[in-house]
Design a protein. Sequence first.
Length: 270
Amino acid sequence: MQGHKIEAVIFDWAGTTVDYGCFAPVKAFYNAFKKFGITPTVSEIREPMGLLKIDHIRAMLNMDRISSLWNEVNSCPVSENDIYSIYEEFENSLFESLVSFAKPKQGVCETAERLRSAGIKIGSTTGYTDKMMNVVTVEAEKNGYAPDVCVTPDMTEGLGRPSPFMIFENMKRLGVMSVDSVIKVGDTVSDIKEGKNAGVWTVGVIEGSSEAGLTEEEFNSLSESEKKQLAEKVGNKFLTNGADFVISDISGIFGIIDKINLSGNNRTVR
């Protein structure tokens, strides 16, 4: 069969390649909203995960419960100045702990090495800003993980997920011509939508994901049947939102690459 071979894999950061469970932003969003008299639930915080962080704040403020609480606490609707004030608190809180949440997840460094050995380029997208990624990339590299390209919304005029432009910027910098030659891997619905909007192959990763929402210790303490139930729940959410494939952990990407290449890039392959 003829078709484009996979030339690049574009990974997300928090929850996909670093920060098992995607806890750094959860903690920072919680602290930021608390400063303004709002106590968000973890599920409310995680629902928009993967978006540009200021868009994430807007999404939370549009939630019925949080919007009602804001009006109750402040006696007026939220303003754009309020959004930026919350964002400033979020950023301050995040920078206090970001370096502690930049360790690569298990198998990430080995996966990157295998991809490079196979001649496959490694890109990345994120909901973090340049300033935030300056911390994360340095710390991740100290621990053995450094993609060929790191693209933030700052590099695409603030157009973060679910828009496709960070993926297109990766392709431009990596020198990849066809979306059929690219796989996007992420741990949130925003990642899946980003990949689908770009027209690339899109893969959801389960273990250590924001959608699973567990620490590594919590995940490892689950029984095999509980792990299976969690995998089905998270996997179905990814597939429902358009993911082409779901993998348990990052090392599963090699099976996906083989499947796509052997199919001749047939988009109906599963």
